[in-house]
Ligand binder design. Sequence first.
Ligand code: ATP
Length: 921
Amino acid sequence: MNSLTYDLTLAGLAVGSAAALTGIGLIVTYRATGVLNLAHGALAMVCAYLLRQLTVEWGWPLWLAAAVTLLVVAPALGLVLDRAVFRPLEGDTVPALVASLGVFVLLIGLATLLWGTGARADAPELLPEDPWIQLATAVLLALGVAAVTRWTRLGRELRAVVDNRSLAVLSGIDAGRVSAAGWAFGTVTAGLTGVLLAPQLRLDPYGLPLLVMEVMAVAVAARMRSLPLAVGVALAVAVAQSQLTRLHPEGAAQPLVQAVGSNLFAVALLVAALGLPAVRASGEAPVPATAPRARLRPRDGTPVRDPRGAAPGDAGAGQAARAVRGAPAVPLPLVAGILFLLPLGFAGSDLHTSIQVPALAVILLSLVVVTGRGGQISLGQAAYAGLGALLTAQFSPHMPNLSALLCAVLVIAPLGLLTGWPAIRRRGLALALTTLAISLLVSRFVLEQPYALEGLVPDRPAGFSGDRAYYALELALLALAALTVRALRRGRYGRALAAIRDHEQGAAAAGVPVPALKLTAFVTGAALAALGGGMLTMGVRAFDPGAFDPVRGLLWFAAIVVLGSDSVIAAMAGAALLVGLDAGTQGGWAAAVIGVLAVATGRVPVLRNGLLPALGLGAHSPAPSFRARMPSGGSTLAPVSSSPVPGRGGHLARVAGRGRTVAGRAGPRAPDGARPLLPAVLGRSALGVPPARRAWGSRAGKRSPHAGDAHLAGDVLHVRNLTAGYGRHTVLRDVSLDVPQAQVTALVGPNGAGKSTLFHCLAGTLRPRAGAVRLGERDITRLPAHARTRLGIARTFQQLAVFPSLTVAENVQVGAEQTASGAATGRALRLFQLDRLADAPAAGLPTATLRRLELARALATEPHTLLLDEPTAGLDPAETEALIRVLRALAADGMALLVIEHDRELVAELADTVHTLELPS
Ligand SMILES: Nc1ncnc2c1ncn2[C@@H]1O[C@H](COP(=O)(O)OP(=O)(O)OP(=O)(O)O)[C@@H](O)[C@H]1O
């Protein structure tokens, strides 16, 4: 190895050791608490500042200052975070993510207030510059953690908590102690990272936290699990980054190579985050269990509570919700409008500062669309705002300035696919990290490049060069943007977006084209952010990449979430707050205030929907803005075998397993047996609507790929030799099944046998590894869920999939308007006697009502095949009996029903054919 290679390797090892420390700290905290601590870098920065304060400012000896910083203050900070912030959020991934962002911006705000924004170059060196010593520190720490995990009681407890927290608690383990230890250790490693890195960098409140955030790549690449892998990735990336500095290509490639050379961790973060869904699918990271889902889950019929405190029960919940939703005494948009007009009366620097407010409000509106309405975490809006600003500035010498702004918006809008595309398959943490990485890369590779900055002096449009005139123009653009966002939040598009936010799989099951809508939300968001960015840069007549730094993006995200992410007013208030608090002071107040509010969400649950909605201000939905779920999680399962199981009323059949074929399937039960029940459930006398035969039966022929009565007489849905599973676990092997028309087919089997998995394959939420699903002759194996709904296959879920932020009528409408005529909504509501509750929000309704609602939504899509996963869960005997009547009536009417049910008596009463899935013996 020549001496240059050796020197660069050593330099890389020094940085890699600090990165390895970060990885170790993040992994230990994550394993112990389930929280990916986005504030790790901010904690590192605070510890570095503290050490500098104690030594440089107050003259303490280094050893004493280091001991106090790393052994007293850092662990104490970790314990405070555990008790005060994260413990109340246990298990809620997304609120914990927001809280850790809150801690991030709070610490940055406090550091700015205490130490200013100027960079310090005199941070003390704790360890000698020798990279081997730093590397030895990281390796020793990793070995120490491994030893503690393996051989101590705390380690055993940690492993138990990681495996199954509730079980660990039940067996007497103090999970609180484990998470406290995790936080304390994580903060000490953060502190160590900070004090090691600070002398090598300029110490300022923004740089170090952001750098450490990039370094999260090593923990993510190690799947938040393997310490050796994290250390290895840290060293490899750092050494590679260091070696890249040797390359000096000529011409256009030079800035690119240089940018890669100094941002390899950011690139690694994107690559690692893009690989994250695979981790989640195998149950690695819990998907957010947000409040509404918990409310909708009881299986014992307990009424669920309205998130705004409305009394449970149909009418009560509806009234209370309407009371909260009702228009405030003074129309809020009017008040906001007047307040925004006030700066027109300002002069001088006040007016000049105010110019930033409408522009920032437009940027925040982009988050209302993507995050508030669409429920997608986007930490990358700063990138679109920056690109909008950059392009506006670059176009402005070549065309009228307003046209430059418009062109920039049009060019940037499709770039929304950059974050929209990953969002199709990612949620929660994975999406947060991906969008953050994209924002980092855009900032480093485009906005901060010298070629992007040269000679950019954007000007204001002709006729609007004065501050007052320009502010008036901004107000007009803001009003336009706000009206667009309001329009998007209403109507069919708004309902569908809200459905995705509330329950993504439920939305797809209702026929909502989830990927297309997500892309539309991101594209709209990118356009709005670009517009705001362009307005900002024209307003200040300069392009400043620092104004669109990823840290700003995190602050904007935190601000809109804590104020009310689904609220136009919150965007306006947020902009005023952010600009107003930082104007005229040394800065930092806005971050500190937003940070405090974000951190408080753990302790004050009412804040989780946002401060303004909590105060009864601003349009909002009752549900928190983030929703995501996966198919039911669980343990590994061996392949399925099959054997006949006696059914009482229904005929017996079996599912083919391990290559066996279907045997013993009998013909359908005569529909006459069910037909007399029809009028009792559906008759004109009770509900004033025609029987279901007219309502749905006629659609079956129309919808089926082979229209006509001949087709109705045969099987509709066929499963052939299906093999499916999760990750490396095979759940179903070689399963075959037919779902015939005008029959109730039941699917039974022990817990974990794979019944829901089979449903997911039929409904399109899980892609089988082998085999085929056919509708008539058409192979639909690769069709997404919403497309199958549109072909007439509707489903319900084992755990209720209702959209709590929508009313009862809107829930049903979402289904009807994707596939059927408008009249289907009214028919479905009446059929399930939900018409009197039409305007009540779904949140807060009892389980039995929600089951009816889910079924009504499924039927509103006018299906010919209905897949029901434990439809009687949570129903009392009378409700179950009524449901059975409806289901038999539907079958008698020609519909194909496939029902998962555990209650064998019920199966015997309901089913014409029973299939059983069995675990292998
Ligand atoms: N998303 C997932 N990731 C990993 N494993 C999963 C996932 N969903 C289900 N499993 C596992 O697949 C197996 C089959 O689960 P499935 O829910 O299909 O069974 P089931 O027969 O419907 O059970 P139950 O009657 O309890 O609902 C179980 O071992 C479960 O733990």
